[in-house]
Design a protein around this ligand. Sequence first.
Ligand code: ADE
Ligand code: ZN
Length: 344
Amino acid sequence: MDKHLLQKLPKIELHRHIEGAFHPETLFHIAMKNQLDFPSNFHEFKNTLQFPKDSKPDFALFLSKFYNKWYNSLDDVYTVVYNSFVHLDNNENLFYSEIRFNPFHFAIHQGFDPVETLKVFLMAARSAIRATKQNTKLLMTINRGFYPEDKYIEVFQQFMKHVDLLDVVGIDLAGDEVNFPPEHFTKFFNLIQSYGYPCTIHAGEVTSAGQIWTAIDQLHAKRIGHGVKVIEDSQLLHYVKEKGIAFEMCPISNYQTGAYIDTKTHPIKSLLEQGVKVTLNSDDPTVQNTTLVDDYIACVDQMGMNLENLHTLNTNAINASFLTNKEKTQLYNQFNMQWNKTIY
Ligand code: ADE
Ligand code: ZN
């Protein structure tokens, strides 16, 4: 299949971290302005942001790329967030996306107030989304390694009281699943459920299928981030099909983190054929030095997917999105019109 066609296809993406999709030129500007210890040559600087090309797959090294000491002021937060949302679509033709952000990433180093930081984040993201007319909603991420759950419960209650979260359509759990298993966050996700937010949980990425069971049964996950290990547990496969749990898969990320040995044998195609609701996503394009189109190319060139497979991945994403049913129907109709215009 022609790369140009893959690039032009409209795409629904449910799993991309803004902290892994920052605009490199803006980070370079901020790093130089704040006299941070980074190369003063842009090309060398950009290499430091990325998972090293010559590295073996390595989850801890991948996560170490989420550096959070850029910001000397909330103006710096605004600049990075605004420019990264403006440049979100890197010739990928995103038709609808749910972009996740971790408010604590922006606040933790300088000890900014989380409520004030969140307000600045949302102002920047919303202005950029409006300016570029993107169809994008937000997911809030809680990082497993930053704070214990009691602190998250306290701060989330403050967010609910003081911040307008209208376009935040769901909550995510991310970070180091090796050292911080999902059962550490059951109270937090019970609270999230009581507020009526759906959630997506990173699980079974580099650990076992057991974390996927916990994410569904104890954390009320409607979607699983990655979850490649589902392929190893036939009982779980049956269970996720019955419950309609969707999987946000990211083949290139999964290779770099070591979640899966290569993109050729990645389970996304087999799961799709078995009727599991899988979706195709980029995860962290700046860290990976990729775009979402590269994940489409991997699915076609290395796994042998056809246009019908790609269409199903996208309609699965519409169904699994955290939009209302009415919004999903509207999105589905608009998406299909655009898809048909592109392929015929
Ligand atoms: N945060 C950003 N990318 C991630 C990944 N692949 N796994 C867990 N947390 C992440
Ligand atoms: Zn992720």
